[in-house]
Design a protein around this ligand. Sequence first.
Ligand code: 13P
Length: 409
Amino acid sequence: MALVNMRDMLYHGYENSYAVGAFDLVSLDFLEAVIDAAERCRAPVILSIAEPHFAHYDFELMMPAVEAAAKRASVPVAIQLDHGSSLESATKAIKLGCNGVMLDASNMSLPDNINATKTVVEMAHRCGVPVVGELGYVAGVEGEGAKQHPGETELTIPAEARAYVERTGVDFLAVSIGTVQGRMKGRAKLDFPRLKQLNQAINIPLVIHGGTGLNEDQFRRLPSLGVAKINYFTGLSDVAAKTMREQVKTNREGSFTDLKQGVKQAIGEEVERCMRQWGSAGRAAEVLAQCEPWATVEHVIIYNVERMSDEQAHTMMAKGRSILAKIPGVREVFTGEAVKEGAKYRFCWLVRFTHKSVIDSYRDHPDHVAFADNLFRPFVGDRISIDYQDNAAATSGCRVLVNQASVSV
Ligand code: 13P
């Protein structure tokens, strides 16, 4: 279990002048290659799921695999929604297990970008999840990423960045300093003086989108000027496609799995190269020791009903499942009935929260308050309610959890 708080992870990079790679995944090959490379390099890593790629896979099916890989890893891992387009997609991403979200409203006017981002920050922070905002515009030139980012690049203006960070409360800022989404044409000219001013103006970890195509010297300079996260995709997609083209040359009749041979290795080598150049290689142990382990909380209620028929109780539970599951930070709602007749408590709720921050925000959420006051508490007698934090992380080498169990009956 090496899922860690992405905020802590990126602050470690920011304070120690290295950048963590956020690698967009479009298949299990990418997922396995990225995580294996992180293990080989002993590097913290961000498994990144980009909304513009949802055309290539089912987000709901992909997330359990990503989360399983993160939990199985021995290096620190965070999972982010990349280029989220709305409050709805950010909320869904948190429900599915992302512990970092990026809202990309960089194509909007400054006031609209601020409003949209602020709304996402308020929701995500109630779930304990940090947010990346973007100001300025990183356009595409050529290749996959380019199609999703049309138009002209707009460099980030430091005074605007300061206002944006103050007014939105974002944890990290993606800035535009000359990189492009997709393939680079020629050598990118990065505006390092601007990056320095941005770092001084806002003093929070900076993010670079469009990592593909930068050279080693540029990669090494970025972290010294506040960049703690670099997003990378096209470089991985291109080495994967090149490997498949080479397979076709030697095996024209090859099956899908024949043609895929070598793809994982090629992606892994590219990820490793990035991790070594960005300085994240070899940092896993420090990050594990210093970051909060990301642990879910199980909100457990066992109870009996009064003044209510079995049918009414089942209707109440069905309503609860539908209403409560939509509250931000709730990952799952289970309603159960004791298997054994005559059990001391006949019914239960198991509501899984993404993080302990949700204990308070769930309790105070108007939909929870209305459900509990009108449909639940008036019909419930004897009950026990306890919040339990997953303590598997305590045995993973992560900073040890403080016991957060709380009782309210
Ligand atoms: P590249 O595809 O240019 O590496 O950029 C990836 C990216 O910024 C994803 O957010």
